[in-house]
Design a protein around this ligand. Structure first.
Ligand code: GLU
Length: 324
Protein backbone atom coordinates (compact mmCIF):
# COMPACT_ATOMS: atom_id res chain seq x y z
CA UNK A 1 0.00 0.00 0.00
CA UNK A 2 1.15 3.52 -0.69
CA UNK A 3 0.99 6.45 1.66
CA UNK A 4 -2.69 7.63 1.72
CA UNK A 5 -1.77 11.23 2.48
CA UNK A 6 0.57 11.37 -0.51
CA UNK A 7 -2.02 9.68 -2.70
CA UNK A 8 -4.67 12.25 -1.92
CA UNK A 9 -2.15 14.98 -2.81
CA UNK A 10 -1.80 13.28 -6.21
CA UNK A 11 -5.59 13.23 -6.64
CA UNK A 12 -5.88 16.89 -5.70
CA UNK A 13 -3.08 17.76 -8.10
CA UNK A 14 -4.58 16.04 -11.15
CA UNK A 15 -8.00 17.49 -10.28
CA UNK A 16 -6.67 21.05 -10.18
CA UNK A 17 -4.67 20.44 -13.39
CA UNK A 18 -7.81 19.10 -15.06
CA UNK A 19 -9.88 22.09 -13.90
CA UNK A 20 -7.25 24.54 -15.19
CA UNK A 21 -7.31 23.20 -18.76
CA UNK A 22 -10.69 21.58 -19.33
CA UNK A 23 -12.27 24.68 -20.88
CA UNK A 24 -9.28 25.38 -23.17
CA UNK A 25 -10.75 25.63 -26.66
CA UNK A 26 -7.44 25.51 -28.55
CA UNK A 27 -6.73 23.11 -31.41
CA UNK A 28 -8.93 21.02 -33.68
CA UNK A 29 -9.61 17.32 -34.13
CA UNK A 30 -7.75 15.38 -36.83
CA UNK A 31 -9.77 14.93 -40.00
CA UNK A 32 -7.41 13.26 -42.48
CA UNK A 33 -8.84 9.96 -41.28
CA UNK A 34 -12.54 10.86 -41.79
CA UNK A 35 -13.85 8.87 -38.80
CA UNK A 36 -11.57 10.74 -36.38
CA UNK A 37 -13.27 14.05 -37.20
CA UNK A 38 -16.34 12.75 -35.33
CA UNK A 39 -14.54 12.84 -31.96
CA UNK A 40 -16.05 14.98 -29.19
CA UNK A 41 -13.68 17.94 -28.71
CA UNK A 42 -14.79 18.42 -25.08
CA UNK A 43 -13.45 15.08 -23.90
CA UNK A 44 -10.53 15.34 -21.51
CA UNK A 45 -9.10 12.77 -19.13
CA UNK A 46 -5.93 12.36 -17.07
CA UNK A 47 -4.89 8.99 -15.61
CA UNK A 48 -1.80 8.16 -13.60
CA UNK A 49 -0.74 4.60 -12.81
CA UNK A 50 2.17 4.18 -10.44
CA UNK A 51 4.82 1.51 -10.95
CA UNK A 52 3.31 -0.10 -7.85
CA UNK A 53 -0.09 -0.30 -9.54
CA UNK A 54 -2.07 2.53 -7.91
CA UNK A 55 -4.42 4.41 -10.20
CA UNK A 56 -5.44 8.06 -10.06
CA UNK A 57 -7.92 9.37 -12.60
CA UNK A 58 -9.90 12.49 -13.37
CA UNK A 59 -12.31 13.33 -16.22
CA UNK A 60 -13.07 11.18 -19.25
CA UNK A 61 -10.65 8.35 -18.52
CA UNK A 62 -13.12 5.60 -19.51
CA UNK A 63 -13.97 7.01 -22.96
CA UNK A 64 -12.67 4.70 -25.72
CA UNK A 65 -10.70 6.08 -28.67
CA UNK A 66 -8.34 4.50 -31.20
CA UNK A 67 -4.74 4.19 -30.07
CA UNK A 68 -3.24 5.37 -33.42
CA UNK A 69 0.45 6.25 -33.16
CA UNK A 70 0.64 5.35 -29.48
CA UNK A 71 0.65 1.76 -30.76
CA UNK A 72 4.09 2.36 -32.28
CA UNK A 73 6.34 1.98 -29.21
CA UNK A 74 4.50 -1.20 -28.22
CA UNK A 75 4.78 -2.87 -31.63
CA UNK A 76 8.47 -1.89 -31.64
CA UNK A 77 8.74 -3.69 -28.27
CA UNK A 78 6.99 -6.71 -29.73
CA UNK A 79 9.47 -6.85 -32.65
CA UNK A 80 12.40 -6.52 -30.22
CA UNK A 81 10.97 -9.40 -28.21
CA UNK A 82 10.60 -11.65 -31.27
CA UNK A 83 13.86 -10.86 -33.08
CA UNK A 84 16.15 -9.10 -30.58
CA UNK A 85 17.68 -5.64 -31.17
CA UNK A 86 20.30 -6.58 -33.81
CA UNK A 87 17.80 -7.98 -36.32
CA UNK A 88 15.15 -5.37 -35.51
CA UNK A 89 17.60 -2.54 -36.29
CA UNK A 90 18.18 -4.03 -39.75
CA UNK A 91 14.63 -2.89 -40.46
CA UNK A 92 14.52 0.47 -38.67
CA UNK A 93 16.90 3.18 -37.43
CA UNK A 94 16.88 5.03 -34.13
CA UNK A 95 17.51 8.58 -35.35
CA UNK A 96 15.07 11.45 -34.91
CA UNK A 97 13.92 13.19 -38.06
CA UNK A 98 12.83 16.75 -38.64
CA UNK A 99 10.37 15.44 -41.23
CA UNK A 100 6.64 14.93 -40.76
CA UNK A 101 5.48 11.64 -39.18
CA UNK A 102 4.12 10.46 -42.53
CA UNK A 103 6.95 11.79 -44.73
CA UNK A 104 7.86 9.67 -47.75
CA UNK A 105 11.47 9.42 -46.61
CA UNK A 106 13.94 6.61 -45.91
CA UNK A 107 17.51 7.02 -44.70
CA UNK A 108 19.63 7.80 -47.78
CA UNK A 109 22.45 5.39 -46.98
CA UNK A 110 20.71 2.46 -45.35
CA UNK A 111 17.28 2.73 -47.04
CA UNK A 112 15.80 2.12 -43.58
CA UNK A 113 13.02 4.18 -42.04
CA UNK A 114 14.59 6.67 -39.59
CA UNK A 115 12.95 5.40 -36.41
CA UNK A 116 9.98 3.29 -35.22
CA UNK A 117 7.89 6.35 -34.23
CA UNK A 118 7.37 7.65 -37.79
CA UNK A 119 4.86 5.84 -39.99
CA UNK A 120 7.47 4.18 -42.23
CA UNK A 121 9.29 2.73 -39.22
CA UNK A 122 6.06 1.65 -37.56
CA UNK A 123 4.89 -0.13 -40.72
CA UNK A 124 8.28 -1.87 -40.89
CA UNK A 125 7.81 -3.09 -37.29
CA UNK A 126 4.28 -4.36 -38.00
CA UNK A 127 5.72 -6.13 -41.06
CA UNK A 128 8.25 -7.90 -38.82
CA UNK A 129 5.46 -9.11 -36.56
CA UNK A 130 3.60 -10.29 -39.69
CA UNK A 131 6.69 -12.18 -40.89
CA UNK A 132 6.66 -14.18 -37.67
CA UNK A 133 2.93 -14.76 -37.19
CA UNK A 134 1.29 -14.28 -40.63
CA UNK A 135 -2.49 -14.15 -40.38
CA UNK A 136 -2.33 -14.46 -36.59
CA UNK A 137 -0.23 -11.30 -36.30
CA UNK A 138 -3.15 -9.01 -35.47
CA UNK A 139 -4.30 -11.31 -32.67
CA UNK A 140 -0.74 -11.30 -31.27
CA UNK A 141 -0.69 -7.48 -31.29
CA UNK A 142 -4.22 -7.20 -29.85
CA UNK A 143 -3.52 -9.67 -27.06
CA UNK A 144 -0.14 -8.07 -26.23
CA UNK A 145 -1.78 -4.63 -26.01
CA UNK A 146 -4.50 -6.21 -23.82
CA UNK A 147 -1.84 -7.62 -21.49
CA UNK A 148 -0.20 -4.19 -21.35
CA UNK A 149 -3.52 -2.56 -20.43
CA UNK A 150 -4.64 -5.40 -18.11
CA UNK A 151 -7.95 -5.49 -20.02
CA UNK A 152 -9.25 -7.18 -23.16
CA UNK A 153 -9.02 -4.60 -25.96
CA UNK A 154 -11.00 -4.53 -29.21
CA UNK A 155 -10.63 -2.88 -32.59
CA UNK A 156 -12.90 -0.11 -33.90
CA UNK A 157 -14.18 -1.43 -37.26
CA UNK A 158 -15.31 1.92 -38.64
CA UNK A 159 -12.01 3.72 -37.91
CA UNK A 160 -10.15 0.75 -39.40
CA UNK A 161 -12.24 0.88 -42.58
CA UNK A 162 -11.90 4.66 -42.79
CA UNK A 163 -8.13 4.39 -42.52
CA UNK A 164 -7.94 1.49 -44.98
CA UNK A 165 -9.96 3.45 -47.54
CA UNK A 166 -7.89 6.62 -47.25
CA UNK A 167 -4.42 5.43 -46.17
CA UNK A 168 -2.77 5.63 -49.58
CA UNK A 169 0.22 7.50 -48.22
CA UNK A 170 0.96 4.67 -45.79
CA UNK A 171 0.60 2.23 -48.67
CA UNK A 172 3.09 4.31 -50.66
CA UNK A 173 5.56 4.10 -47.77
CA UNK A 174 5.14 0.35 -47.56
CA UNK A 175 5.76 -0.12 -51.29
CA UNK A 176 8.80 2.16 -51.10
CA UNK A 177 10.17 -0.13 -48.37
CA UNK A 178 9.25 -3.19 -50.46
CA UNK A 179 11.35 -1.70 -53.25
CA UNK A 180 14.41 -1.51 -50.96
CA UNK A 181 13.72 -4.91 -49.35
CA UNK A 182 13.18 -3.43 -45.89
CA UNK A 183 9.88 -5.30 -45.96
CA UNK A 184 8.96 -8.35 -48.02
CA UNK A 185 5.64 -9.56 -49.45
CA UNK A 186 2.71 -9.52 -48.87
CA UNK A 187 2.74 -5.71 -48.68
CA UNK A 188 -1.03 -5.14 -48.57
CA UNK A 189 -1.48 -7.51 -45.64
CA UNK A 190 1.32 -5.79 -43.74
CA UNK A 191 -0.15 -2.29 -44.18
CA UNK A 192 -3.52 -3.73 -43.25
CA UNK A 193 -2.00 -5.03 -40.00
CA UNK A 194 -0.68 -1.52 -39.28
CA UNK A 195 -4.15 -0.01 -39.92
CA UNK A 196 -5.71 -2.57 -37.56
CA UNK A 197 -3.14 -1.97 -34.84
CA UNK A 198 -3.83 1.80 -35.02
CA UNK A 199 -7.58 1.11 -34.68
CA UNK A 200 -7.39 -0.73 -31.35
CA UNK A 201 -9.62 1.01 -28.81
CA UNK A 202 -8.12 2.22 -25.53
CA UNK A 203 -9.02 4.65 -22.76
CA UNK A 204 -6.77 7.13 -20.93
CA UNK A 205 -6.79 4.69 -18.04
CA UNK A 206 -5.59 1.89 -20.34
CA UNK A 207 -2.81 4.13 -21.63
CA UNK A 208 -1.68 4.93 -18.09
CA UNK A 209 -1.41 1.22 -17.28
CA UNK A 210 0.44 0.55 -20.57
CA UNK A 211 2.84 3.40 -19.77
CA UNK A 212 3.22 2.15 -16.19
CA UNK A 213 4.27 -1.23 -17.60
CA UNK A 214 7.13 0.57 -19.37
CA UNK A 215 7.91 2.55 -16.18
CA UNK A 216 7.99 -0.76 -14.32
CA UNK A 217 10.63 -2.03 -16.81
CA UNK A 218 8.30 -4.30 -18.75
CA UNK A 219 6.16 -5.91 -16.05
CA UNK A 220 2.53 -4.84 -15.76
CA UNK A 221 2.18 -3.51 -12.19
CA UNK A 222 -1.50 -4.54 -11.98
CA UNK A 223 -1.14 -8.15 -13.10
CA UNK A 224 2.54 -8.91 -12.44
CA UNK A 225 2.87 -10.23 -16.00
CA UNK A 226 6.21 -9.54 -17.69
CA UNK A 227 5.52 -8.35 -21.22
CA UNK A 228 8.83 -6.81 -22.33
CA UNK A 229 12.40 -7.61 -21.32
CA UNK A 230 13.99 -4.81 -19.26
CA UNK A 231 16.74 -4.30 -21.85
CA UNK A 232 14.14 -3.85 -24.59
CA UNK A 233 12.30 -1.27 -22.49
CA UNK A 234 15.47 0.82 -22.61
CA UNK A 235 15.27 0.81 -26.42
CA UNK A 236 11.57 1.69 -26.40
CA UNK A 237 11.96 4.59 -23.95
CA UNK A 238 15.03 5.96 -25.73
CA UNK A 239 13.25 6.29 -29.08
CA UNK A 240 10.14 7.65 -27.37
CA UNK A 241 12.32 10.29 -25.70
CA UNK A 242 13.96 11.41 -28.94
CA UNK A 243 11.16 10.80 -31.47
CA UNK A 244 7.83 10.39 -29.67
CA UNK A 245 6.19 13.81 -29.94
CA UNK A 246 6.25 14.61 -33.67
CA UNK A 247 8.03 17.90 -34.38
CA UNK A 248 7.69 18.93 -30.75
CA UNK A 249 9.98 16.17 -29.42
CA UNK A 250 12.87 18.55 -28.67
CA UNK A 251 10.84 21.20 -26.89
CA UNK A 252 8.90 18.50 -25.03
CA UNK A 253 12.25 17.15 -23.76
CA UNK A 254 12.98 20.62 -22.40
CA UNK A 255 9.54 21.32 -20.95
CA UNK A 256 8.49 17.90 -19.63
CA UNK A 257 11.60 15.76 -19.99
CA UNK A 258 10.26 12.21 -19.95
CA UNK A 259 9.76 9.63 -22.74
CA UNK A 260 6.36 10.08 -24.36
CA UNK A 261 4.25 9.26 -27.41
CA UNK A 262 1.20 10.99 -28.76
CA UNK A 263 -1.28 10.06 -31.47
CA UNK A 264 -3.71 11.76 -33.87
CA UNK A 265 -6.81 10.73 -31.94
CA UNK A 266 -5.66 12.94 -29.03
CA UNK A 267 -4.06 10.37 -26.74
CA UNK A 268 -0.69 10.75 -25.03
CA UNK A 269 1.47 8.51 -22.87
CA UNK A 270 4.37 9.69 -20.72
CA UNK A 271 6.68 7.42 -18.75
CA UNK A 272 8.44 8.44 -15.55
CA UNK A 273 11.14 5.79 -15.28
CA UNK A 274 10.56 3.38 -12.36
CA UNK A 275 7.82 5.64 -11.00
CA UNK A 276 4.67 5.96 -13.05
CA UNK A 277 2.86 5.96 -16.35
CA UNK A 278 0.60 8.79 -17.48
CA UNK A 279 -2.26 8.40 -19.95
CA UNK A 280 -4.09 11.47 -21.22
CA UNK A 281 -6.80 12.01 -23.78
CA UNK A 282 -8.33 15.07 -25.41
CA UNK A 283 -9.05 15.13 -29.16
CA UNK A 284 -8.24 18.73 -30.24
CA UNK A 285 -4.69 18.81 -31.63
CA UNK A 286 -2.22 21.65 -32.11
CA UNK A 287 -0.43 22.37 -35.41
CA UNK A 288 2.11 19.62 -34.74
CA UNK A 289 -0.53 16.98 -34.06
CA UNK A 290 -0.31 16.83 -30.26
CA UNK A 291 -3.31 17.05 -27.94
CA UNK A 292 -3.53 20.65 -26.70
CA UNK A 293 -5.00 19.99 -23.24
CA UNK A 294 -2.87 16.87 -22.68
CA UNK A 295 0.38 18.76 -23.37
CA UNK A 296 -0.59 21.60 -21.04
CA UNK A 297 -1.52 19.15 -18.30
CA UNK A 298 1.80 17.29 -18.67
CA UNK A 299 3.83 20.50 -18.49
CA UNK A 300 2.04 21.45 -15.25
CA UNK A 301 2.35 17.99 -13.69
CA UNK A 302 6.04 17.73 -14.62
CA UNK A 303 6.65 21.09 -12.98
CA UNK A 304 4.66 20.39 -9.83
CA UNK A 305 5.87 16.83 -9.31
CA UNK A 306 9.46 17.41 -10.48
CA UNK A 307 9.20 14.69 -13.13
CA UNK A 308 11.85 15.93 -15.58
CA UNK A 309 14.62 13.35 -16.08
CA UNK A 310 17.22 16.11 -15.57
CA UNK A 311 15.41 17.92 -12.78
CA UNK A 312 18.03 20.01 -11.02
CA UNK A 313 16.42 19.52 -7.62
CA UNK A 314 16.86 15.77 -8.05
CA UNK A 315 20.00 14.85 -6.13
CA UNK A 316 20.55 11.67 -8.20
CA UNK A 317 19.89 8.01 -7.71
CA UNK A 318 19.75 6.47 -4.27
CA UNK A 319 22.58 4.11 -5.27
CA UNK A 320 24.91 6.99 -6.07
CA UNK A 321 23.75 8.90 -3.02
CA UNK A 322 25.00 6.06 -0.84
CA UNK A 323 28.53 6.78 -2.14
CA UNK A 324 28.42 10.56 -1.93
N1 GLU B 1 -2.93 5.62 -38.21
C1 GLU B 1 -2.38 6.94 -38.33
C2 GLU B 1 -1.59 7.06 -39.61
O1 GLU B 1 -0.88 6.18 -39.94
C3 GLU B 1 -1.53 7.19 -37.13
C4 GLU B 1 -0.95 8.54 -37.16
C5 GLU B 1 -0.63 9.10 -35.82
O2 GLU B 1 -1.32 8.85 -34.82
O3 GLU B 1 0.35 9.84 -35.79
O4 GLU B 1 -1.68 8.01 -40.32
Amino acid sequence: MGNPARESILDALIESTFARHTSDQGGSTADYIPELAKANPDHFGIALATAKGQLHTVGDTQVPFTIQSISKPFTFGLALGIYGPAHTYRHVGAEPTGDAFNAIVLDEDSNKPCNPMVNAGAISMSALVYDEYGEDAFEVIRSTFSSLAARDLEMDESVYRSEKETGHRNRALAYLMRNTNIIGDPVEEKVDLYFRQCSILVTARDLAVMAATLANVGTNPLTGEQIFEPLHVRHILAVMFTCGMYDYAGRWAVDVGVPAKSGVSGGLIAVVNRQMGMGLFSPPLDQRGNSVRSIKACIDLAEELGLHAFEFTNAGSSVLNAYL
